[in-house]
Design a protein around this ligand. Structure first.
Ligand code: KG4
Ligand code: ZN
Length: 346
């Protein structure tokens, strides 16, 4: 009989309804339902559709998770749900459901930060996170560098994108090249297929001159998008694979160089990468090469843990319970632009 606390994690920031159960710091099950197929024809997430899909998926996903873990609802000791950042309607469904469950079960509820969850989840794959590390979170909605000094206690945002997120830029440029939404994975494959990947070079946002120092840990990808668009207008016969490769190189050069710079400057030996963009093959290559040169370890969870899921929320919940943190106040609500230094609503 294992007496470690049983934590239920609930994710509903965007188009994935995620439910996970964690015993102590061991992941028992992780169930995800996505509404992506309902958004594809619009070329982007439609918030109203996403909210409704959460409502429809929540109870079936919860039942499946309990079933798979072989536990009952009244064995749950604490609940964690995503409080932000994300879509207000989607978050509201998850938070309201979590409050109902927590009240009826009489257990504490933690409203946690979804972005920090993208890093915390690596504990299920590669073991406990080091006390100090650099987090790189890259997805369709985020591109951030974080300094973590004990993930249950202190997170500092070092920088982030001033405009588009990395995945968002891939999706937008993919559309220019006629690829289906979400275009990130298609762009990745197209870029890797270029016969001469170095044929073109696009600018690096905030990579030179005064910007390089002033925005040490920030990114900007919208100028790059404009440069690609101009190139395609001026060169209607451009080789799409070469364009994709040069575009991908610009983004991944910035992400990997700044993540490694942050690790060196902040005295961290580890970089943890999270978010759907962590799938990008060139990012993985460049980060591995550059970090190895500086003696920095790179931890990337497997892909099923990089896209949005309940386990990333349960991971933070488990660490907060372990740290003896007080639950969130009863009146907390969704925070669409939740500050990245706020680990949970306290
Ligand atoms: O984390 P995620 O599943 O959803 C959120 O944005 O929260 O990330 C999805 C994003 C999309 O923009 C998608 O195009 C991008 O990540 N993406 C990729 C790759 N796989 C997913 N971008 C570039 N290369 C990839 N291999
Ligand atoms: Zn996410």
């Amino acid at each position: 009989m294992n007496s470690a606390p049983l934590i239920l994690g609930i994710e509903s920031t965007c188009d994935e309804t995620g439910i996970a159960l964690v015993r102590g710091t061991e992941l028992l099950t992780d169930v995800t339902a996505t509404s992506m197929d309902q958004h594809v024809r619009f070329g982007g997430i439609i918030p109203e559709i996403a909210s409704r899909a959460h409502l429809e998926s929540f109870m079936p996903a919860l039942d499946t998770a309990l079933d798979q873990a072989g536990v009952t609802l009244n064995q749950v000791d604490a609940i964690a749900c995503a409080a932000g950042p994300g879509l207000v309607g989607s978050l509201t469904v998850g938070i309201t459901s979590a409050k109902g469950l927590a009240t009826s079960l009489g257990v504490p509820l933690y409203g946690v930060n979804h972005v920090i969850g993208h890093l915390a989840i690596d504990m299920f794959e590669h073991g406990r996170l080091p006390d100090r590390f650099i987090g790189l979170v890259a997805s369709g909605g985020h591109s951030n560098l974080l300094l973590i000094e004990n993930i249950a206690r202190s997170v500092t945002e070092l920088g982030g994108t001033l405009d588009d997120a990395a995945g968002e830029a891939f999706d937008k440029v993919g559309r220019l090249l006629g690829l289906p939404y979400p275009a990130g994975p298609h762009m990745d494959r197209l870029a890797a297929s270029a016969e001469n990947p170095a044929a073109l070079r696009f600018p690096r946002g905030l990579g030179a001159g005064k910007d390089k120092d002033r925005y040490r840990y920030d990114f900007s990808f919208s100028g790059l998008k404009t440069a690609v668009s101009r190139h395609l207008t001026q060169n209607p016969d451009a080789d799409h694979a070469e364009v994709a490769a040069a575009f991908s190189e610009s983004i991944n050069d910035s992400l990997s160089a700044k993540a490694v710079r942050a690790a060196v400057e902040q005295g961290c030996n580890t970089i943890v990468v999270g978010g759907g963009f962590a799938a990008n093959s060139r990012l993985r290559q460049l980060l591995a090469e550059r970090a190895a040169k500086k003696g920095v370890e790179v931890r990337i969870p497997p892909m099923r843990y990089c896209t949005d899921n309940g386990a990333q929320i349960a991971a933070i919940g488990a660490l907060l319970v372990e740290a003896g943190a007080s639950p969130s106040p009863a009146n907390f609500g969704p925070d669409s632009s939740m500050d990245l230094s706020e680990i949970y609503v306290s």
